[in-house]
Design a protein around this ligand. Structure first.
Ligand SMILES: *Cc1c(COP(=O)(O)O)cnc(C)c1O
Length: 221
């Protein structure tokens, strides 16, 4: 299967799920998660015309995308992984949006860097919907305060992002995220990965983050 075929399959799966549950066919933005993938697969996606990519580590993204962004200047990069405050500057420089904002300290660092660089990126607040101690994301109870603080800082908060706990029924978490976004008056919902993007899309995802189903399995060895 080629990358183009894989992307077509994703669209078809979403259409089929939407019909199955009786909602209008959705077409969320497809963030192709290129972390750890070999260069040739990423170039194949670029050559197929895909432009929106997600990375979860600043340094890895820098190594991969500094050169590729010169060859494909209209690429749009989304940071979807945990961010340390001391890498906020690099992140603002390299990325076009940041989906993993989960604490006030990080929001402050990003606001300061955006001001300094004159580059104002949309952000998403990552919500730890499963309240998992090892996972990033703001706890539901602290979301409103974080959102308010981000607004005070002048950050453009576009929406919410979540990564459901492995083994849980993801629909529960997608429904929660949607509820929180409504409460906060936020539009964008980044939810759904390779195993559950069709369900997420049928439940209102505006962004899906898909790695394996586009590029194949990641080889960490
Ligand atoms: C790796 C990753 C994905 C993509 O995972 P797949 O299961 O390969 O689609 C999506 N979101 C985040 C935050 C990730 O780190």
């Amino acid at each position: 299967m080629s990358i183009t075929d894989n992307i077509k399959t994703i669209d078809a799966e979403i259409a089929s799920m939407c019909k199955h549950v009786g909602v209008p066919v959705a077409s969320p933005r497809l963030i192709a998660v290129s972390k750890v993938q070999p260069e040739d697969r990423v170039i194949a996606a670029l050559e197929a015309g895909h432009r929106t990519f997600g990375e979860n580590r600043v340094q890895e993204a820098e190594e991969r995308w500094t050169a590729l962004k010169e060859a494909y200047p209209d690429v749009h990069l989304s940071l979807i992984g945990g961010l340390q405050t001391n890498k906020a500057g690099k992140a603002v420089e390299l990325f076009d949006e940041i989906q993993s904002v989960d604490r006030v300290k990080l929001a402050r660092a990003l606001a300061k860097e955006m001001e300094k660089q004159g580059k104002f990126l949309p952000i998403y607040l990552q919500v730890n919907t499963g309240a998992e101690p090892q996972k990033g994301g703001v706890l539901a109870g602290n979301l409103s305060d974080l959102h308010a603080e981000c607004k005070t800082l002048g950050l453009e908060v576009a929406g919410l992002m979540c990564i459901p706990p492995a083994g849980d029924d993801p629909s529960l978490h997608f429904a929660l995220l949607k509820k929180f976004a409504k409460q906060e008056g936020l539009e964008k919902l980044s939810m759904g990965m390779s195993a559950d993007y069709a369900l997420a899309a049928a439940m209102g995802a505006t962004d899906i983050r898909v790695g394996t189903a586009i590029f194949g399995a990641r080889d960490y060895s």
